[in-house]
Design a binder for this molecule. Sequence first.
Ligand code: C2O
Ligand code: CU
Ligand code: CU
Length: 489
Amino acid sequence: MLFCSRGLLILAATFIVFVPFVSAQESMPGMMIPMMGRDTTTAPALPRGEMFQPIAKLENQSHQQNIFKADVIAAPTEMEFVAGKKTIVWAYNNRLPGSLIDVNEGDSVEITFINKLPQPSTIHWHGLPIPPEQDGNPMDPVLPGQSHTYRFTLPEGSAGTYWYHPHPHEYTAEQVYRGLAAPFIVRAKNDPLKNIPERNLMISDLKLTREGAIADNDAMDWMNGREGQYVLVNGQFQPVIDLQGTERWRIWNASSARYLNLSLSGHKFTLVGTDGGLLEKPVRDLQQILLSPAERVEIIVDTLGQQGATNLQIEPYNRGKMGHVAVEKTTKIATINMQAGNSISVPDSLRKIDDLGATQSVKKIIFTEIMSMANGQHSMQFLINGKSFDMARIDFMSRTHEVELWEISNQSDMDHPFHVHGTQFQVVETERNSVRVVAPYRAWKDTVNVRAGETVRIKIRQDFPGLRMLHCHILEHEVQGMMAIQQVK
Ligand code: C2O
Ligand code: CU
Ligand code: CU
């Protein structure tokens, strides 16, 4: 028996659980299978107001300096979200979210992945600049009952806020919504914010049936991306965070499809970092920050001498969902109890980010959706450059170390977060309704939201040869084909 990071009693139930093996194909709307979602209309009550729990760190099994070595086991795990009801999640090392891998620039990492799931899986190291054959591509599945060791070294300059999650062919959405996702932090040798206490907030989404089981995706989930009844922070529902003085928060959007337009209900904060680490300068006095699925930020929160409670909440944001959907409303995800404490000031300069420089070629990436009616049932197709994903097809060719300009155009009616593996890119500008907006600051990103009707231009360079995935990070869209392969030579 173990205590998970939610503070609830959980049991490792790896060998007694029967999980039916249903192919993702069968449950996709494009396949014209009737959508018999289980009843999720009556949401069971989840306990709220527990004390916020930090995410446990994965212990280093190596005794050598600069080597991080550990096992990561993916397995069905029993948890109790609703009092008296058991929920079988799929978890890394029996925790939800999975354990934090916390390493330094220059470290070599060796993770043995043990797959105790009833499906093939992989571990993808989202955002890390590592060779493709170590990056958990869908072409390299680890079958049920098997294990595989991933090895990579984290280069200088890679400090940032990353995560790891499964990436098998057709099962990524399901495996992530069943609970498989965990944070990964790479630390810099010289961190200008070293003196500020840190807190990690991994935000995920939970959809339960009335019986307390993880619900299957229904037709709406496959179309708009899955959004559950509950938003969890570190696996907890509306926990209470005690904030004293100044803190540095790393925030992950680990949900399948939910957009997090985060605010501290009017209390201001400072943005200091994005997916790939610190900005050049802090962006002060923000009231809101939008995190599309898979994006991360680092922010500085400060009580500013105030006392009392405020909320961490999601403000309405229209991402163009289709069909009859509920009106977006403000959703509280945590209570922040502000207490007096010492303020620590944030320096005006954080680090230098060099521009990626002159681009040598241009690529166009176009997101579209097609709706069709067949046999009285509608089906959706989510496409990149008019094509649905094919694991055997190369869609884009690039050369190592060559800087390219990519134009990502969203010609659909819904926002899609664009993500590419293996590197961090720089957003140059966005364009919508013929209005071009130059990126307000230089930042390293691996995921960027592309609004409906918008074009985002990025500079990008891949430094390792091999195959890279690029896709929409609404995982239901990724599973249904909104993904392509870049071959780097
Ligand atoms: Cu976070 Cu291709 O993934
Ligand atoms: Cu990725
Ligand atoms: Cu999408």
